[in-house]
Design a protein around this ligand. Sequence first.
Ligand code: DC
Length: 228
Amino acid sequence: MAIPGDGWVITLDGPAGSGKSTTARLTAAALGFVYLDTGALYRALTVLALEAGVMPADHEALGSLAISSELNVRAGEDGQRMWAGDRDVTDRLRTPEVDRHVSAVSAVPEVREAMLSVQRGQRRAPGLVAEGRDLGSVVFPDAHLKIYLIADLDVRAERRARERRASGHVTDPATEKQALQTRDETDSTREVAPLRQPDGAVVVDTTSQTIEGPVARVVSLFSELKSR
Ligand code: DC
């Protein structure tokens, strides 16, 4: 396949805890591509909405906030950093409070519209690996390779609990399972850009795999596609 002038695009979609972030980050590093975690954009906007006391039901206010927030993704030494104007908000994105509200914020059509240009603006040569919920279906429907990651709910809950405990939070798999179930339900049933398997996506089940498995699979699928 000819090398696209504006860069290759690989998308990874799937539910929370399916291994998207790590797989996407390591795949991007292996290929020398830019990595984009789009959940961080919705999380950053949720941080700003909580600070400003804007409710998810107030679509107009959230839409205005999304436009005025100057959300910006930059590469940092240890992965992607999220900026809102001149403020680095990365360390505030993964709190239980943001977890509880982010699905409602990201379901607002005005918010999704405002995020489209930010996400598409990250595309550059030699390529981009972007992960989220609607990357292959809405943001980059013309992506060269689309992956849909899945894993059993119990396994996802255990992974999430481990990650959270590693960053100092008190939690257990049962609590995380409940939170994941609620978030999956909201993300899959919203009207605009719901979580679903994009047409033409390759399904990768990470339930019983270590992280090397999915990364090797995506890199090999990409090599195959490039050599066609
Ligand atoms: O991937 P994550 O858990 O950081 O995503 C946080 C939330 O953001 C998720 O519950 C749904 C929303 N999201 C979205 O609606 N669309 C995306 N492309 C990425 C995330």
